[in-house]
Design a protein around this ligand. Structure first.
Ligand code: TRP
Length: 367
């Protein structure tokens, strides 16, 4: 079996070992060249490949791009918000932004119809993206199935540069549906560099470690492709937020996540039922303090709900020393969550018609 399966379960932890094995560099190396973002400061984005090249281009005032893809897997939750926050960061840095909706991949690997996939992309992803501050008019957004002939043609030409051994060693299988999706993804990743999009340029793809096999093979194909000169894409890697009950966060288990469209009372109840690192008895808790690494409420605060480092440090100190109780950290989380969701859901209502109009004007699904 391969060490990482992009279509399989998301594995948590063991980041160090995988970084060494696959040659991913620690983000600390380039930290002082990056914006002051909580994901970087808190090591949530922990690794990269070749980000220096992109940062050099930025420093020289040259063009650079950021590319990512949306896999329509279900309800949009806080786990998905990580990508959006990174898109915003690169956009503020001046990157051209490209976003692919992976409807072909969903069709081939998730047994979804193209219509279902598109509907999920629009309702769950784009409307939430817009509410979170992504302006679709400022990005190259497309559906894989509507990517255009040149895009899809290249995805086929890329096959010539791969061997069966390489594909099997990287993905553990050479199932046709997976290979077709993988090849489409290489074209997605190289799209910002297509001649019609201004040609060769540094491109960063922020992903979770599960997508690294695609990054590796795209880099390989980019260096071998004969018909056009490509730069090898750069990448960054973010940690996965764990589910509220510990273990993985999964769209198929509503108790494991808080959706950005969850009813506020339901969302608060999920916090109440979340796994914490609090001790069994009050006495033990006061004495030993909470186990922060096993506390999913603290994890949610760290990833999304507390932006200010000082405030987070204070919570960390009080909770891990036993001064703060699990009920108290939950209270903090519920209050922040309510504020965030109220604001977000209002923005989503506001932006929804714009998204629908944008889709109407830009895509024709009849053909
Ligand atoms: N395979 C990705 C996923 O499962 C989705 C995707 C499609 C993607 N094309 C991409 C991600 C290009 C990054 C870059 O989430």
């Amino acid at each position: 079996m391969p060490d990482i399966d992009p279509w399989g379960d998301v594995e948590i932890g063991n980041y160090k070992q995988k970084m060494e094995k696959f040659g991913i560099d620690p983000i600390e190396e380039v930290e002082d060249r990056l914006p002051d973002h909580r994901f970087i400061r808190r090591n949530i984005v922990f690794g990269h490949r070749d980000l220096d090249t992109l940062l050099d281009a930025r420093d020289e005032g040259e063009e650079f791009a950021m590319m990512t893809g949306i896999m329509p897997s279900g309800i949009f939750h806080f786990g998905h918000k990580c990508v959006v926050d990174q898109i915003k960061m690169y956009q503020q840095m001046g990157a051209q932004v490209t976003i692919a909706a992976a409807d072909i991949e969903a069709y081939n690997t998730r047994d979804m119809s193209l219509e279902e996939a598109r509907e999920l992309v629009i309702e769950e992803y784009l409307k939430n993206y817009a509410a979170l501050g992504i302006d679709l008019e400022n990005v190259d957004f497309y559906f894989q199935s509507k990517a255009g002939n040149d895009h899809l043609m290249r995805s086929k030409l890329f096959s010539r540069y791969l061997t069966q051994n390489q594909v099997e060693a990287t993905y553990g299988s050479a199932e046709p549906g997976k290979i077709a999706s993988a090849l489409t993804q290489y074209a997605d990743i190289l799209r910002p560099q297509f001649e019609e999009n201004g040609g060769k340029k540094p491109t960063v793809v922020p992903v979770g470690l599960d997508q690294d096999p695609h990054i590796r093979l795209t880099r390989d194909v980019a260096s071998k492709f004969k018909d056009q000169d490509f730069m090898k894409p750069s990448s960054t890697y973010n940690k996965f937020m764990r589910g509220l009950q510990g273990g993985k966060m999964s769209s198929s288990d509503p108790k494991s996540y808080i959706a950005l469209t969850d009813d506020i009372e339901d969302a608060k109840q999920k916090i109440d039922e979340a796994k914490t690192g609090g001790r069994d008895t009050l006495e033990e808790h006061r004495e030993k303090g909470a186990k922060l690494s096993e506390d999913m409420v603290f994890e949610l605060l760290t990833f999304h709900l507390v932006k200010d480092d000082k405030e987070l440090a204070r919570i960390k100190e009080e909770y891990s020393s036993g001064e703060m109780l699990s009920g108290e950290i939950k209270q903090i989380a519920k209050q922040k969550l309510e504020e965030f969701l109220t604001d977000h859901q209002e923005k989503r209502r506001e932006k929804a018609p714009e998204v629908e109009q944008y889709i109407e004007e830009n895509f024709d699904f009849e053909t």
